[in-house]
Each structure stands twice: as C-alpha cells, then as structure tokens.
Design a protein around this ligand. Structure first.
Ligand code: BG6
Length: 490
C-alpha cells in the first residue's frame, strides 16, 4: 500500500499560476496530495500571474480546470472547499519592480516555513524572476526554486539561465524538472535493474543487441503551436525526457539513490555519447513533420495547416541512432524516436538481447527469436519479457515466442499518481535526486546543439508523415539499414 508521509508546513508560490501547466498538472497534483492527507493544514499555495484578477475569479478558473482534469469522482465539493482555502492569487510581473509588493507582504512573517518558488513560465523569465526574488528579500534559509523545462533552447541560453539563477540561489536549492523522472514506470526502471539480480549481468554489449526508446503521442501541438514552432521535438522531448530515459537504461549501478549518486552516473553517460554532426546527421537522424491524416477514425489537419504562417521546417518527429562510447555499450545502438500525431499515445523501452549462439532446433517451424525485454511506460504500464517456448503437442519440436507479461495495474491495483505529485513532494522535502543538475542539462544541450548545427550545415530535409501513422518511412529505414525493426509498427 502507498504510504503518505506528511511534509513540513510550506508556502508554495507558483509563477504562471493561471497557465496551462498549473491548471492541468500542478494544481490537480496538489489537490490529490491534499486529499491523501499529505499537506499540513496551514500550508499555502500562492499563484501569481500577470493578469489583473481577484482571488474569487482565480478560484473559479481553477475549479473549472479541476472539474475538467480530475478523473471520475475525484472532484468533490468537500475536498475542493479544503483545497481552495489554501489558494491565493497575487498579480506580479517580473519586469515591474512595484508589482512585487503584494507577494512580499503575503510572505512576510512566514520566513520559518519551507518556501518554494515554482517557475511555470517561459524560460526567458527565469533569470528576471530569480533576481526579483533576491532583490525583494524573499529568499529565506529553507528555500527552493523549481525551473520547469525547457531550461533554455540551447547550450548557451541554458548556461545563461543557470548563471542568472545561480547568482541568487545555491545549486542545491535549484530543482530543474523533467517530469518523466517522476513517472512511476520510470522509477520502476531503477527497481527492475537494481533490485533484481537477473538482468544486470546481461546488461552490456556482450548480450544486448540494441535498445529502443519510443515516446509517441497522438495529440498534435494544439494551442501551443506558435511556441512549439520555435522549439520542435528534438528540443521539447529528446533533450530532456528521452535522453533521461537513455541515461537510466545505460548508466552504471549507482552506490545508492542519494542526491548525487544517480546524477553522477547519468552524467557519465551523457559525456560518453558519440557526437552527431554534419557528417553523420543523414545516417543517424530523421526529422519530420506531420501532414493531415486520421487518428482513431477522426480526420486531423497537418502541422502547416494549423500554423498561422503556413510555412515551417520545425520537426514534430525525430528518430535517432545513438551510440555510447564506453566499455559497457560500445557497438550497441540506442534508437530513439518521438513524435506528435502518431497512431496512439505509447511509450516504451525495449532491450533486445542477442541471438542464441547456436540453435539446436533446426527443424522448428519458428526461428529462434532473441529475447526482448519491454518496459511499457504508458499506457498499460508494465513489463513484458519474450521467451521462446516449445509448442505443446506431439510431432516435431515446434517453437513459439511467448510473453511473460506483468501489468502493474493488475498486480498492484492502485491509482497511478501523476509524476508531478511525487516531484512536488520531493521539492518540499528537499530531495533533489529526481531533478536535473546543472551539468546534466548543459551536457544534454551541448550534444543536441551538434545535431541542430548538423541539420543546418548538411541541409537535411524535413520529411512528411501522415498523421495517424508511426512516422515517416525514413524512420523505418534507419533500422532497416541495420537489419532491425521498431518494436511497435501495427
Ligand atoms: C512535455 C512536452 O514536456 O511532455 C509536451 O513539452 C509533451 O510536448 C509532454 O506533450 C508529454 O508528457 P506525457 O507525460 O504526457 O508523456
């Protein structure tokens, strides 16, 4: 059974408190933890935003969002009353010094509490907000600042933001969010690898043929399109979520799960990534954009039809072949792909083991297929291991691949908490282990910058793919060339 350990009394200030992330993710996550009895009654949530709004108006917006985003019967009038009592709204603008006063007075007298500033804003505001907090004397001893991803748009801007925020807050008070690290199934990767003795001896170049990481979404970019067009999938998904998953799969066993132990190991993987540049982008990367198509029987428009300018080379799909130059993984390709408007929302990690060295079943009607370990991140979270088995019955010796299939929901029968629930509680507790350290973010950007520069220099085209498919043909060819196939193609 899940245990809810109450956290210390806190004040959580959310910059961008009326924005999409707050309404869709942060406030519902806090609502759940409040409902579970984890939040001390005196704790406050103070939303700030640039809109002129009364507390009542803000509460009405939040209530509507809660009714929309909470599942089934999770919203109740009683729980909403308790939760909304904690909520305040204050207008503030990072660039208007006089607008900080109200927030200051609201926090005055509460200096001994844990204080968290959550920056759910554009990254270009992170530096200004951090220095506003400092200039207005709002940084206390027990403080943290949370930076929502993306931290910057390349290595240089990430450094600049890190420098600006670092001038106001010590590194151990800066929590850079990658919400994938808070997902139960991603956490479970650590359990699978390091709480079982079965896999670790096989987890290397001698036994693993290749690894695949897929994070597919059926949604398009919707309302965010004008923002997204400046970013693209490589920056939005690969630089953070997919590269973090790769690090967790590829890293050496850490000594423990304390703050820096895991992050040090992830960092070593990032440092060992073989660069992709203008000479290798064509053979190692695919960039593509969705065209009109149909998903679940519904016609959907193409990216360019949704975009006001109607012209763009921004990618909504990326596939990569990555290599890790170290003793454990030398020669083992890691194939990553992520895209919008694909056939369904589907994320998984596949570890494909090597063929048996010699088959003693030449007459079998099935070829001996190599074992495959699939970690399904969403939906239907679980683990699947394919094994070869003898088909029962007389006559001959026929083999067939069968699955050992573990569904977490069936096994544990509990609600899967949203990643933000855990992450928010870890911030309040002061445990940075699930957050990205400065060097990780910068190393990931510097590797990604190589691809972006390579695309420019090599003039690599953006392919098209019909919405509702698994991406462009070029993504299949990336694996076909190596005589391999993506796991999910149907
Ligand atoms: C966000 C990206 O970080 O992750 C979005 O900015 C993406 O573009 C989202 O849709 C996917 O998260 P999840 O948890 O739904 O897989």
């Amino acid at each position: 059974m899940a245990k809810f350990v109450p956290v210390d009394v806190f004040d959580l200030v959310i910059f961008g408190g009326g924005g999409d992330l707050s309404l869709r993710k942060l406030l519902p996550a806090l609502y759940h933890r409040d409902h579970d009895g984890q939040l001390p009654p005196e704790s406050r949530i103070i939303a700030t935003g640039r809109s002129e709004m009364s507390r009542e108006e803000y509460l009405a917006e939040v209530e509507a969002a809660m009714r929309k985003h909470l599942r089934g019967n999770e919203f109740t009038e009683d729980q909403w009353r308790i939760f909304s009592d904690r909520l305040q709204y204050v207008r503030s603008d990072a660039f208007e010094p006089e607008s900080w006063g109200e927030l200051g007075s609201m926090l005055q007298g509460f200096e001994s509490r844990t204080r968290v500033f959550y920056l759910a804003t554009a990254p270009s505001l992170f530096g200004a907000i951090a220095s506003g907090l400092k200039q207005n004397g709002l940084i206390t001893d027990d403080v943290r600042i949370v930076l929502e991803k993306p931290v910057g748009k390349d290595y240089a801007s990430a450094r600049e933001i890190n420098d600006q925020v670092g001038e106001c807050f010590p590194e151990n008070a800066i929590y850079r969010i990658d919400h994938y690290l808070g997902k139960e199934t991603v956490q479970n990767l650590l359990a699978l690898r390091f709480a079982n003795s079965l896999f670790e001896p096989l987890w290397n170049r001698s036994n693993v043929d290749h690894v695949q990481i897929t994070v597919a979404e059926d949604l398009g970019v919707g309302q965010r399109i004008e923002f997204y067009d400046q970013v693209g999938t490589l920056r939005d998904m690969v630089q953070n979520h997919l590269m973090q998953l790769l690090c967790l799969v590829a890293m050496e066993p850490p000594a423990n799960r304390e703050h820096d132990a895991v992050r040090d190991e992830k960092m070593k993987v990032l440092r060992a990534l073989k660069p992709i540049d203008a000479t290798t982008v064509r053979s190692h990367t695919v960039r593509a954009q969705y065209e009109s198509g149909a998903i679940g029987g519904q016609a959907v428009p193409g990216y360019l039809e949704e975009l006001s300018s109607g012209a763009s080379k921004t990618e909504t799909f990326v596939a990569l072949k990555m290599e890790i130059d170290n003793w454990r993984w030398s020669g083992v390709p890691f194939y990553l792909r992520s895209g919008k408007r694909l056939r369904s929302k589907y994320s998984e990690i596949i570890v494909q083991f090597k063929d048996v060295p010699h088959s003693i079943f030449p007459e079998s009607s099935y070829k001996v297929e190599p074992n495959r370990l699939v970690m399904r991140l969403q939906p239907d979270e679980g683990v699947n291991l394919t094994l070869m088995s003898k088909e029962p019955g007389p006559g001959g010796f026929d083999l067939r691949p069968v699955s050992l299939n573990l569904s977490f929901e069936e096994t544990f029968g509990v609600r899967y908490p949203d990643a933000y629930e855990r992450l928010l509680m870890e911030v309040i507790r002061g445990n940075p282990a699930l957050f990205m350290r400065r060097d990780e973010v910068e190393a990931a950007w510097s590797w990604i910058d190589g691809i972006i520069a390579g695309w420019e220099e090599a003039g690599q085209d953006v392919e098209g793919y019909p919405a509702g498919t698994w991406g462009p043909t070029a993504a299949s060819l990336l694996l076909d060339r190596d005589d391999r196939k993506w796991g999910k193609l149907d």
